[in-house]
Design a protein around this ligand. Structure first.
Ligand SMILES: Cc1cc2nc3c(=O)[nH]c(=O)nc-3n(C[C@H](O)[C@H](O)[C@H](O)COP(=O)(O)OP(=O)(O)OC[C@H]3O[C@@H](n4cnc5c(N)ncnc54)[C@H](O)[C@@H]3O)c2cc1C
Length: 403
């Protein structure tokens, strides 16, 4: 804890969770009452939902990102570029290389680490598989895709057992289908989709209205062969193998890995569960340390149900923003008094399908729900394309003209 009359709030992570928490705390707490320090190992904010477009060569990383230092300084928020090594929640301290920060409140928004050790061959830096889970991986997927186009063959797209970020695998399957048709090469590329989900469109949330029928119809219409309850057990340069002995030839395999919490959080005593995710209450406050809040992918949520092959609960950027705003509201309530926000998040997302897109909404995310919506059309493709630069502007300026 600090001895200053100002409360020091340290935020770990400069992405959806960290930036939204910082802007909201700035808005809710008068300047003289708070000191906000955002620590991130990455110097840039990257609009992660556009990574499939980077992999397809439609956008560059430069176009979907901006450096954090200037916009944060312009808002009177301190930015510290550095890697957190460990948190000491008993002492309210964060340890970085060569520096220790005391805090009154901590917001952890450090996202995930890809648990590539779960399946031999998950890649791209640990094995021959490709991935979309981070900017360098999307860049690698792009370079390899360019080489693949020169010598096409079978493709396998999907998710490994225990995956939670399933939507991007569908997007990638639809986008390559569209791209190959544009190039008049689709007839040279059999596409197989393998997923641990018990049915298409389960998404780790137990399904979303008519998403199942919709995705089955689209895959059948587009000649994308699919296998559900599939447990990918090995990826090689030539194949994707399943635990039941099935094997699919593959010249290009993009398999989304299961996720874990980042090592700095996983290795901080008393903070996280064995996977490195952090259990929180309904207001995103740590269950043992009341001055620690956790938002986004770093939060521990149990799966919605037991499935034959494990599928984990997703935490989207849209959900992360809601969590960050609620956590900021609750920290402000801890400091200034007032009611707490404890609403379960809802999910709204647009799935790019190359030539069209699908819009899905489920409120709350976890069934049973008050509201489920799904529709498809080119208007959603345009909405997705326009939303990306809007969101970059919003994160750069801390302003917003949508609710
Ligand atoms: C390909 C893809 C497509 C997606 N599409 C969508 C979509 O269409 N819609 C949607 O709502 N969601 C989408 N998502 C999900 C969305 O990107 C995530 O929910 C969101 O990025 C989570 O934000 P976060 O702040 O929790 O973590 P992250 O975005 O993972 O950010 C973590 C931050 O913590 C920092 N950090 C990590 N470790 C340390 C450390 N030790 N020290 C200091 N800093 C550290 C990182 O530098 C980074 O700034 C997609 C995800 C992927 C991978």
């Amino acid at each position: 804890m600090t001895s200053s009359p100002k409360k020091r709030i340290v935020i770990l992570g400069g992405s959806f969770g960290g930036l939204n928490a910082a802007y909201e705390l700035r808005r809710l707490l008068p300047k003289e009452t708070r000191e906000i320090i955002l620590v991130s190992k990455d110097e840039r904010f990257v609009y992660i939902p556009s990574l499939p477009w980077v992999a397809m060569g439609h956008q560059t990383l430069e176009q979907i990102s901006f450096p954090l230092a200037k916009p944060l300084a312009a808002q009177g928020l301190e930015f510290l570029h550095g890697e957190v090594l460990r948190v000491e929640p008993e002492a309210s301290k964060v340890h970085l290389e060569g520096r220790t920060l005391d805090y009154d409140y901590l917001v952890i928004a450090t996202g995930h680490r890809s648990a590539n050790e779960a399946v031999p061959g998950l890649g791209p830096f640990d094995g021959p598989g490709h991935s979309l889970m981070s900017p360098p991986e999307a860049q690698e997927a792009r370079e390899s895709w360019k080489r693949f186009i020169e010598a096409p063959g079978p493709v396998v797209v999907g998710c490994a057992p225990g995956a939670s970020c399933i939507g991007p695998a569908y997007e990638f399957a639809f986008e390559i289908d569209h791209e190959l048709k544009k190039r008049r090469m689709r007839h040279k590329v059999p596409i197989t989709f393998v997923t641990p989900e018990p049915f298409l469109g389960h998404f780790g949330v137990g399904g979303m209205g008519k998403a199942r029928q919709f995705l089955e119809g689209e895959f059948e219409h587009r000649d994308i062969r699919y296998l559900t309850s599939a447990a990918v057990s090995r990826i090689t340069e030539q194949s994707v193998e399943l635990a039941d002995g099935k094997s699919f030839e593959s010249r290009y395999a993009l398999i989304i890995p299961p996720l874990a919490g980042v090592r700095a959080v996983a290795q901080s005593p008393g903070l996280a569960n064995p996977k490195g995710f952090v259990p929180v209450d309904e207001g995103f406050r740590h269950k043992s340390f009341p001055n620690v809040y956790v938002v986004g992918v770093a939060v521990a949520y149990p799966p919605v149900e037991t499935t034959p092959v494990p599928v984990n609960f997703p935490k989207t950027g849209h959900m992360t923003e809601q969590m960050a705003k609620a956590a900021a509201h609750n920290i402000a309530a801890d400091i200034r008094g007032g009611g707490r926000l404890e609403r379960p998040p809802f999910v709204e997302c647009i799935m790019d399908m190359g030539d069209t897109a699908a819009h899905m909404l489920a409120d709350p995310v976890r069934p049973p729900r008050n509201r489920v919506e799904m529709s498809q059309g080119r208007r959603w493709l345009w909405a997705k394309r326009l939303f990306a630069p809007y969101y970059l502007w919003k994160m750069k300026t801390g302003r917003s003209w949508l609710a």
